[in-house]
Design a binder for this molecule. Structure first.
Ligand code: FAD
Length: 429
């Protein structure tokens, strides 16, 4: 795999950071081994569109091998990485131990349920394709159940979707789900009373999109309200049994669907480095992205904490890409016996979409809302998608939905299992 005399760089994770690091090493005199548990790169910013049937899964995922077909110094392996032994410089994987000269850990983040085990068991998170498909199946199946339910209270609970967390993911999911339920599925289920459909966004703090400028938070909350989303502030989820959400203070909400978008934390691999961990379990790295005491190990993207000014670099795709490029540059410099350069974050701005035709954007000191912001959001996301075919089919799907309000993929794709007992307790497949 590795040619004699050439250092081996192992990169864990084919997400935004891992891909950027891999590409950045294409001309370096090293052999690169890229590892991921999946054989595809996932465009997570559009994951929620799979969960609301707006896009089929293949349009937001791209197989890794074709991306690197022309990169001769790179090999790709599908493998689950279970730990890193920094003393022996080996990565433990499902395909055996793999040694490295330089390591880039780009394993991203996992959902943070903050110890709420019942929420983890009965709720739905959005971190991977199977999860997004489970949510899509679940919501459409609840509609199928609601249509044959006589009891009004049960029907209302079946048609109630709660989203916990008012960050960009929660806002985007709530807006898209509300649109799906009210405008699209309602046409296919005319017998269901419109008033029974309820989408509730539960935010623990005083505003949605807390990291955006306050007037954009207000614009987002107004857009959500126009889409029929009930936005609740100071609403902290304490438990969920698959039927009833318990909020701090004792209030309950009957809902057969809870989407958990209230936080992420780093996965367990960072901890196996034995390095200092910062907020949400992320590895605190040097300004050069190296692990203290192990200059041959770099941690990037959502797995790392990097300081920028008074705060931290946000856990978003642009920083992950920029860190991947910086880690690649520093590895090439190390091979050339040059000192590493510090990571400098260039903030391209933030944006979030609300439903089918509104968004909020804060870019280079300018703020946009409404339809124009949505066009900006649309353009940026299309450009960032990996694969020319995906750009084209996603654009066609969005145009089709914009004109006809038809979801691209409203299918229940799961192995049929008879409900446990006679009720409709959510079945996770
Ligand atoms: C629903 C959602 C919406 C988002 N929306 C936006 C947005 O609009 N804009 C934005 O900028 N950012 C958004 N983000 C955040 C953005 O996706 C992340 O910041 C970015 O993906 C981080 O890149 P990364 O390379 O660190 O990790 P990731 O892209 O998560 O990649 C990590 C990779 O590591 C692999 N991996 C993890 N553990 C292992 C293991 N043990 N063994 C083998 N492989 C492993 C995973 O399979 C994955 O391919 C969103 C995230 C989510 C979940």
């Amino acid at each position: 795999m590795s040619r004699p005399g050439r250092p081996r760089v192992v990169i864990v994770g084919a997400g935004f950071g891992g891909l950027a690091a891999s590409k950045g090493l294409s001309r370096a005199p090293v052999d690169v081994l890229l590892l991921d548990r999946h054989n595809y790169h996932l465009f997570q910013p559009l994951l929620y569109q799979v969960s609301v049937a707006a896009l089929p899964p293949g349009e937001i995922a791209y197989p890794v091998r074709p991306i690197f077909r022309r990169q001769r110094n790179l090999e790709f392996r599908v493998a689950e990485v279970s730990g890193i032994d920094v003393a022996r410089r080996v990565v433990r994987t499902s395909a055996g131990e793999i040694s490295y000269d330089h390591l880039v850990l780009a394993s991203g983040a996992i959902t943070n349920f903050f110890g709420l085990d019942d929420v983890a068991r009965h709720g739905f998170d959005l971190k991977d394709l199977p999860g997004a498909l489970r949510l899509r199946n679940h919501v459409i199946r609840r509609f199928e159940e609601a249509i044959s339910t006589e009891d009004p209270a049960t029907r209302r609970a079946l048609l109630t979707i709660a989203v916990a967390g008012g960050g960009p993911t929660g806002v985007e999911v709530a807006g898209a789900v509300s649109e799906l339920l009210r405008r699209v599925l309602r046409r296919d289920y005319p017998a269901l009373p419109a008033g029974d459909v309820r989408v509730v966004l539960l935010e623990g703090g005083p505003r949605v999109l807390a990291t955006f400028p306050p007037d954009l938070s207000r614009a987002a909350a107004d857009s959500l309200a126009r889409l029929g989303v009930e936005v609740r502030f100071g609403a902290l989820v304490e438990g969920y049994d698959g039927r009833r959400i318990r909020l701090r203070g004792g209030e309950t909400i009957d809902a057969r669907t809870l989407v958990w978008a209230a936080g992420v934390r780093a996965g367990p691999l960072g901890a196996s480095l034995g390095a200092p961990l910062g907020r949400a379990g992320r590895v605190t790295v040097e300004p050069t992205l190296q692990v203290p005491g192990h200059p041959e190990v770099y941690v990037i993207g959502d797995a790392a904490v990097v300081r920028a000014g008074d705060g931290e670099v946000p856990a978003l795709s642009p920083p992950a890409i920029q860190m991947g490029e910086c880690a690649a540059r520093n590895i090439a410099r190390a091979v050339a016996s040059e000192p590493p350069v510090p990571f400098v974050y260039h903030d391209p701005g933030t944006m979030a979409t609300i439903g089918r035709s509104a968004a909020v954007c804060a870019i280079a000191g300018f703020e946009f809302t409404g339809f124009f912001a949505w066009l900006v959001w649309l353009f940026v996301h299309l450009m960032k998608l990996v694969g020319f075919r995906n750009k084209i089919v996603v654009f066609v799907d969005w145009a089709w939905q914009y004109v006809f309000y038809r979801p691209a993929s409203p299918l229940i794709v799961e192995v049929y299992r008879p409900p446990v007992g006679t009720d409709s307790t959510p079945q996770r497949t």
